[in-house]
Structures are given as C-alpha cells and as structure tokens.
Design a protein around this ligand. Structure first.
Ligand SMILES: NC(=O)c1ccc[n+]([C@@H]2O[C@H](COP(=O)([O-])OP(=O)(O)OC[C@H]3O[C@@H](n4cnc5c(N)ncnc54)[C@H](OP(=O)(O)O)[C@@H]3O)[C@@H](O)[C@H]2O)c1
Length: 332
C-alpha cells in the first residue's frame, strides 16, 4: 500500500513541547532535538526513520541534527533525511531547524577531513544535495582542527553564511581557548556563533568543570547537549545485560563502556528515577534540562517508543536538593 500523504497534527505546538531561546538570538529550539548519528542510515529501515521524524514533528520537535558522515554508511543519514523531506516535509521546511556539520572523516584523500576551507565548502554542497535542501539552518565546524589555521575554518563558515547556504554557524567540541578565539573572530565579522554542541550527560560532566558551558552562556551562544543518554547507557537498556538489538550488540558502542562501575551507577540512578515516577531516560534528560544554560538536548532513538519516552522526560525537570545530592553521591 502507498503511504498516505503526511499531514502533521494540528496541535503540534500545543502538545507539551517547550522551547528555549538559543543564547542571545532570535532562535527558539525545542527542549528535545532529534539526532541522526545512528538509526537513520542505509542499514536502518526507511519506514522506521520516517515514522520517527513524523512522530517528532507531531510532538513539537522542530530541530533535526545531522552531519555529513552520519549513517552508516557515510552520507546516508543525510540521504534518509533528504528522502523524508521530499516525501513528507517540503511544505513544512520553514517550521524546521536543520543542522549539518563537517570536520570528521568523510571521503578519502587529503580534502575530506578536518577544517580546511576546501573540505568545508565541498562538504556543505554535498550535504545540501543529499538532504534536498537549498540551505541549512546551522552549519557546524564538527571539531577543532589543531593544524589548520583557525581563521581559515572560521572564514569558511562565514562565507557559507554569506553564500546563503547556512543561516547560522556553530561549533562542536572545540576546546575552551579555541572557542574563545572563534566567538570573537565570528562576532567581529558580524556572524554570531549561535550554538555550541558538546557531550553532556550524567556520566560525562566535563563541560561543567572545564567551563565550556558557562563560556558559551556568557557569549550569548546556546548550548546543545549531544549523547544526553550516554548512547543508551543512561536508560533501562543495560540494567540487566545487553539486549540483542542494542547499540552495544550492534557494535556501534564498545562493550567496554559497560563496566561494573557504570552498571552500579545506572542501577543507583534508576532507583531515584523510579521514586520520581520517571524512567531512567526521562530522569537523565530532565537532569540536563534543569539547567537554563542548556538550550536543547539532542537525543538519538531507535524507535518511536523511545522518542515518546524521551519527550515525556521534559514534564518534570525539577529536582529536590536531596535528589541532587543523592545523584552526585552515586556518580562520585
Ligand atoms: N557533535 C558531535 O560530535 C556529536 C557526537 C555524537 C552525537 N551527536 C548528535 O547527538 C545525537 C544524539 O547522540 P546519541 O545517539 O549518542 O544520543 P543518546 O540519546 O545518548 O543515545 C541514543 C541511544 O539511546 C537509546 N535510547 C534512546 N532513548 C531511549 C529510551 N527512552 N529508552 C531506552 N533507550 C533509549 C537508544 O539505543 P539503542 O539504539 O540501543 O536502542 C538510542 O540509539 C546524534 O544523533 C547526533 O545528532 C553529535
């Protein structure tokens, strides 16, 4: 049977999703964004990918996070997104905030990795083609390149904006000093850095201690957390072993991350989640969103059910001091 033409739910902006301003900017992002790193490649089922994106949009998720090499295979996350755009979302393009990135390994040879102008310029052109888009809302430098002069990378970002291929620019995983330089370089050329994207979850709190999140906040740059569920560790997936269909079983996350210490921590955290009437995934997202410096959390999801559960997590983001102390004790 041919799938019926998608028609989003009318109450999608009145369905529980909340929106936060991205630093000092005109952009509001949903507290939950949907990421395409895994689960949307050509190894995954298109019908499932389509269902997840439609479900997300129906629940107020307007922000979709991609990168040139998401898949597997490289590029196929964007291709899937492009097919989804064509099939269901062309009439809704202006309601969507779509990102892509370049900076990691993408194609062979000296021009398909890191931060050269050559790589970024070619990559954005490829990404737009794969995604069936005329422009992305934000283009990120995916990682700091310690060898290429930072000015070269940043100027390429600026020129991509000037060419109309991206509306905003962002940085991902930049060390603090490089981020400081970049924020100023961009601002001096009237291109504000809209978002910083960094790993932040209950098991990885580096950006708190190294000051990255506060630095972004001070600069008026929003902060989006990637891997907010530590790739699934902060969910019920691994409380009792390794499920057959999980990211670890599929070889997308190394088994060594699931140490006895991690299992002890997630079991302890799960006890608190149960008392709060939340799943571990819900509590883990709520814990991030209790902080006003976090603009959005980018979740991955292998099913609509997971996405549904993650959306529920934003309903209660208030923690008692006692709960926070208990969480800190478990994690220490
Ligand atoms: N800037 C960067 O360098 C960078 C790096 C990494 C990620 N990202 C972005 O961040 C996004 C999210 O990263 P991530 O996929 O690692 O995020 P994540 O949300 O921490 O992990 C997603 C995985 O957690 C499991 N899961 C999610 N919700 C669940 C629920 N409610 N109950 C049980 N299990 C649940 C699923 O595992 P199973 O597959 O096992 O079911 C899912 O694949 C990426 O798609 C990408 O857009 C950016």
């Amino acid at each position: 049977m041919i799938n019926p033409i998608y028609s989003p739910t009318e109450n999608r902006y009145d369905n529980g999703m909340k929106y936060r301003r991205s630093g000092k900017s005109g952009i509001l992002l949903p507290e939950i964004s949907l990421g395409f790193w895994h689960n949307f490649g050509d190894v995954d089922t298109f019908a499932n990918s389509l269902k997840k994106v439609e479900f997300a949009f129906d629940h107020g998720i307007t922000s979709f996070d991609l990168a040139n090499n998401y898949g597997p295979s490289y590029g196929s996350g964007e291709e899937t997104f492009g097919q989804i755009m064509k099939k269901s979302f062309m009439p809704y393009r202006d309601e969507m905030f779509i990102s892509t990135k370049a900076g990691h390994d993408m194609w062979p040879g000296p021009y398909g990795d890191w931060g050269s102008r050559k790589y970024l310029m070619s990559s954005i052109n490829q990404s737009l083609k794969r995604m069936n888009l005329e422009y992305v809302d934000i283009f990120y430098s995916h990682r700091f390149d310690p060898v290429t002069p930072l000015e070269e990378t940043l100027q390429a970002l600026i020129d991509i904006v000037h060419q109309g291929k991206a509306l905003y620019v962002g940085l991902s995983k930049y060390p603090k000093e490089a981020a400081e330089f970049a924020y100023k370089y961009l601002a001096d050329r009237d291109v504000h850095c809209l978002l910083y994207q960094g790993r932040y979850n209950l098991l990885d709190r580096d950006i708190e201690t190294n000051g990255i999140i506060r630095q972004a906040y001070k600069n008026g740059t929003g902060f989006v957390s990637f891997s907010p569920l530590a790739q699934g560790l902060l969910t019920d997936r691994y409380l009792n072993g390794i499920p057959q269909d999980s990211r670890i079983a599929r070889g997308l996350l190394t088994k060594t991350t699931l140490t006895d210490e991690v299992v002890k921590k997630i079991k302890g955290l799960n006890e608190i989640a149960i008392r709060r009437g939340q799943s571990l995934a819900e509590m883990s997202l709520a814990w991030l969103l209790k902080d006003e410096m976090v603009t959005s959390v980018i979740v991955g999801a292998s099913s609509v059910e997971q996405l549904q559960n993650n959306i529920t997590g934003i309903q209660n983001t208030t923690f008692t001091q006692e709960e926070l102390n208990e969480i800190n004790k478990i994690l220490s």
